[in-house]
Design a protein around this ligand. Structure first.
Ligand SMILES: CC(C)(COP(=O)(O)OP(=O)(O)OC[C@H]1O[C@@H](n2cnc3c(N)ncnc32)[C@H](O)[C@@H]1OP(=O)(O)O)[C@@H](O)C(=O)NCCC(=O)NCCS
Length: 175
């Protein structure tokens, strides 16, 4: 199969509604594997809002990159600079989100976004090192990050309502 022509560019505020819809779709597709309930519905609708994406597109301490195919957004990466993580000392950029829409998974889009995110981190901070958290049950994402040289450096938890979900902290090697 021919690979789609993918371009990666910085997001603008004009992408905010598209990104909000894309983020909700990917999040539910990844984590709402038992269906959607009130907690999950409230979480995605309050987290992935157009206002949040507008702010991220314009915030100085953040980099937001989008992957585009034929005029449609198919993925995005969100970086937070100056995000100190005791479990990944010396790598002070957090990859807060890396999402690819499922029809475009496994076609190199995530790798492109990760590369562009690391380039953005290097341009901003002088280091392309970064850390992230990923649900321990998200084996696809763990395999993806391991393939890209990140390693588990610790364990943390994502709290949603009364639920606590174990997350790996993963990071690029210390330079
Ligand atoms: C994880 C994710 C970002 C990977 O993006 P992607 O565009 O599918 O990844 P790529 O096509 O660039 O894959 C690169 C490599 O990662 C590994 N990989 C990707 N998907 C994989 C899978 N399902 N199983 C095992 N390895 C996988 C492979 O080594 C792959 O190389 P290959 O296809 O040549 O074997 C994407 O699947 C995604 O957005 N998932 C849903 C949201 C999510 O979980 N985000 C991360 C949360 S922290």
């Amino acid at each position: 199969m021919n690979r789609p022509l993918v371009t990666v560019r910085p997001a603008t505020a004009a992408d905010a509604h598209t990104l909000a819809a894309l983020a909700i779709q990917v999040w539910l597709d990844t984590y709402a594997t038992d269906g959607v309930n009130d907690l999950l519905g409230r979480y995605v609708l309050s987290t992935f809002t157009p206002a949040a994406f507008t702010a991220w597109a314009e915030a100085p301490g953040v980099a937001l990159r989008v992957a585009q195919v034929d005029g449609h957004l198919v993925g995005y990466a969100l970086l937070q600079f100056g995000a100190v993580q005791p479990l990944a000392p010396g790598r002070d950029t957090e990859l807060r989100t890396l999402y690819v829409q499922s029809p475009f998974a496994r076609s190199g889009v995530g790798s492109m976004l990760l590369r562009e995110a690391r380039n953005a981190a290097h341009a901003r901070t002088g280091s392309d090192g970064l850390w992230l958290t990923v649900n321990v049950k998200n084996l696809r994402a763990c395999a993806f990050y391991e393939k890209h040289g990140l390693a588990v450096t610790g364990l943390t938890q994502f709290v949603l309502g009364d639920e606590r979900h174990d997350n790996h902290v993963m990071a690029t090697p210390r330079s």
